[in-house]
Structures are given as structure tokens and as C-alpha cells.
Design a protein around this ligand. Structure first.
Ligand code: TMP
Length: 213
């Protein structure tokens, strides 16, 4: 069976986690092996870089370089081997988050991010080189104001969760621009619905592509 790579995106508070777990169960129920992962993170080295990115103050370029370094390790050690074994890789955030957060949120140069994306995600094999991208990106689109209400009073915020609502508006705009650049890969889910309605949309999206019965 061919490997399948699905990423999940959205601003902090968009409510991705339960649906990622739900999809993992649905795939396993149909006999697929599922690898669950997240970014930044997913390998011991990338998890160390995650702690720095989420807690230490740094400029946008340093942040971008660290998330791409984490991504390189994650791709090489976890994602590519799992896909080669024919597994389903469900990843909580991937490169679109860098374009949305460092690009949109922090205003870092998108062309530089595209160059890093090509460097880090190039897969060299027998045939022509390929730039690894998810087969599907599920974008949980939630208005920044609602996300801010959801996050208020929750656990102690990390560096990003503590950003003002305008930051998350720019992040959402960053996601929108990525969706417009890659319309075939993106599925935009309205995340300010009930949990059940959001789940139905997620399931319909994956079933619509023929990956789940
Ligand atoms: P989360 O795993 O709790 O969603 O936290 C990850 C945080 O890191 C989230 O606020 C988004 C941010 N982030 C970036 O800024 N750039 C990236 O490339 C990635 C993957 C995440």
C-alpha cells in the first residue's frame, strides 16, 4: 500500500487534536498502520529544538532556521521511513505553519522560506527529485477572536499562544495564501462549528479522496 501523508494546520486554539486522534482510529480500524507526529518535534532532536522555539525569544530568521532544522531531522528519521513502509503519517503541523507563523505572523521573507522548503524537503531517489509535501492538508480555520477566547484562562501560554489577536489574524492570512497557492492539497474546515460537525467535515474530506471507506 502507498504511504499517505496528512498534515493538520490552524491557529492555536483551533481544536485539531481530537480530530487527529479520531482519524488515527478510523485508519487503524481499516487495517492501516498509523504514525502520529507533530511539528516542531517528532524525533528526539526535533523535540529539543521545539522547546527552544516555543520558549526562547529569538528573531524570525532564527525561528525559521530552527523549525526547518527540526523538520529535516523529522523527515529523515521518521516521516520518509514511515511513508516508505506504506504507513499513514498524520502530522500536527508541517511547513504551512512556517509560512503562516514566521511568514504571516512575524513578517519573515516568504521567498527565503520557499528556498529553505526546497532544501529541506527534497527527496532524492531513483527518479527525478521530489519536494516532499503532504498529500492532504486539513486547515482548521477559526476566527482569531474565537481562538483567543478559547485560549484565555487555559494552561500557561507558550511564546506563540501569548501573542495578541492581530498576530493570529496575520497567521490566518498566511494560511489563506498557502491554500490559494496549493488549492488541490488544502481542505479548509470551518472550525467554529460543534465538535461533531467539524469531525463530519474532516471525515468527509478524507473519505472524499477515497482513503477511508
Ligand atoms: P502546538 O504543537 O501546540 O500547536 O505548538 C506549536 C507552536 O509552534 C504553534 O504555536 C505554532 C508554532 N510553529 C511555528 O511557529 N512554526 C512552525 O513551523 C511550526 C511547525 C509551528
Amino acid at each position: 500500500m502507498d504511504g499517505l501523508f496528512i498534515s493538520f494546520e490552524g491557529i492555536d486554539g483551533a481544536g485539531k487534536s481530537t480530530h487527529i486522534d479520531g482519524l488515527a482510529q478510523a485508519f487503524r480500524a481499516q487495517g492501516r498502520v498509523v504514525t502520529l507526529s507533530r511539528e516542531p518535534g517528532g524525533t528526539p532532536l526535533a523535540e529539543k529544538l521545539r522547546v527552544m522555539v516555543l520558549n526562547d525569544e529569538m528573531d524570525a530568521m532564527t525561528e525559521a532556521l530552527l523549525v526547518f532544522a527540526a523538520r529535516r531531522d523529522h523527515l529523515q528519521r521518521l516521516i520518509e521511513p514511515a511513508l516508505a513502509r506504506g504507513e499513514v503519517v498524520l502530522c500536527d503541523r508541517f511547513t504551512d505553519a512556517t509560512f503562516a507563523y514566521q511568514g504571516g505572523g512575524r513578517g519573515f521573507d516568504l521567498k527565503t522560506l520557499s528556498i529553505l522548503e526546497q532544501w529541506v524537503q527534497t527527496v532524492r531517489g531513483a527518479g527525478p527529485d521530489l519536494i516532499r509535501q503532504p498529500d492532504l492538508t486539513v486547515w482548521f480555520d477559526l476566527p482569531a477572536e474565537i481562538a483567543a477566547q478559547r485560549l484565555a484562562g487555559a494552561r500557561t501560554p507558550d511564546k506563540f499562544e501569548a501573542q495578541p489577536v492581530e498576530f493570529f489574524r496575520r497567521v490566518s492570512q498566511g494560511y489563506l495564501e498557502r491554500m490559494m497557492a496549493f488549492p488541490g492539497r488544502f481542505a479548509r474546515i470551518k472550525a467554529d462549528n460543534t465538535r461533531d460537525a467539524v469531525w463530519q467535515d474532516v471525515l468527509n474530506t478524507v473519505q472524499g479522496r477515497g482513503w477511508l471507506a
